[in-house]
Write a protein that binds this ligand. Sequence first.
Ligand code: ZN
Length: 510
Amino acid sequence: MRKLLLFPFFISLLGFMVCSAQKQVIDNQLVNSYDNYLEKRTALLKADSLRYFDAAVKLTPKEQQLNQKLVALQQDMIADYKANHFFPPARNFYNSKAHIEQTPLFKLLKKMPKGGILHLHSGAMGNPRWVAQKAIDTREMHVFWEATNDKYAKGQLQAYAKDKAPKGFRPAYEIAKTNPNFATELVDLLTFDESIDRDSVDIWQEFEYVFQRINGFLTYEKVAVDYLVHGAEILIADNIQHAEFRTFFTSRFYDLEGNKNTEKEYLEILETVEKKVQTIDPDFTFILIQQGLRFFDKSVIEKEVFAAHDYRTKYPKWVRGFDLVAEEDNGHPTLFHAEQFLLLDSLKKATGVELPLYLHNGESNWASTANLYDAILLGTKRIGHGFNLFRFPNLIELVKEKDICVEISPLSNQVLGYIRDLRMHPASTFLRRGVNCVISSDDPLIFDYEGLSYDFWSVFLAWELDLASLKKLTRNSIEYAALTDTEKATAMAIWEKRWSEFIEIALTEL
Ligand SMILES: [Zn+2]
């Protein structure tokens, strides 16, 4: 029994000795090959990181110190979100907005000097509560306060002289007197909230209604200056020093007699705004990019191209470029208007004046939407949105070669139903492939938030960025601004000073 017992023991001992010797050899080989494997892995990681858009950024010793703290904070937050099965940048923005505001990261990002905001529609900035109050305080401002019909949307604002308003419009202050919830109800009609969770086509429909509601407010000449100053004040509070407003230079402002501003009056308004804004921040600058609507026919766009070129010639300080906006999958493709854009080459030759393009393109989830080919061929200086660039391998290379900057508006893309989980936003891959981007907010009034800090907060976590990325993204917003070289140098010097101050403050606070 024992022998019987011993025999298998002896066999297994022998087996163990043989195996052990073999294992030693295998282990040694494994160590060598594992070391080798790790070396190859490190080399691959390094090769990729050398391609990143921020590869050339050098951090100062203080910045390195802050970076360590910032990345540690980021990783702690991510670990916490993972443990709670809740990662805000992957969820509906409105469900986490209040949470975002409470985080030390948000408070820090608010103080970060962000340089410029390069993609912002002046018709959709500011605080909607301010708009509602201003409507109530402006005696002649009326509001359509009946169910939306074919002609008017409920909540549509328009200034009218006494007794001149069409049926259904009432003075806003009168409604506010009898309905204590009027301001809140109006804000609800001007903004999106957590109920916006449908297909982007439906969301765009809502979007158009909001523009219809607010347009008569912000184009009323007596409101215009205060509205623009208010919009700029919000940007300044978020440490933004420069803004490029996509706007309808041609539509101007109206008065109670139904007259539209002349060009001269329009310019006076801009100059008044500039003076007032500079009392808040003497370094703040803003310029305009004239926009047309992509669903108009060729003859309308041709006229707009000529008009914008004329404004660029006469008012080079204000008008810096041209763009076509509106829902991309719904309007005409960019190719439809290519001939009108090509006129700009002839205009440049004839007059010596260039009207640069800053085209909204690539804001689509459909593989067949290939407007980016046209945007790039037409020589766009920057691309508005451009998230479907990831589908076109040659174009990614061309964007880098031609040094075209992509204006990314992460929360806009999420709220409008294009990209729900921001970890999967294609811009994360653009940055890793060396494409230069900037962060923008597009239409923050409608999305019901202010400034750029919410967007930076979301992508800092979703794309696991670091201080070098933040530094490069904010510097890009000046390097790719529609400014002259001299203006850029001035703006960069201001940014650098503010950035060094920020590093000092952040090191003490974090
Ligand atoms: Zn836009």
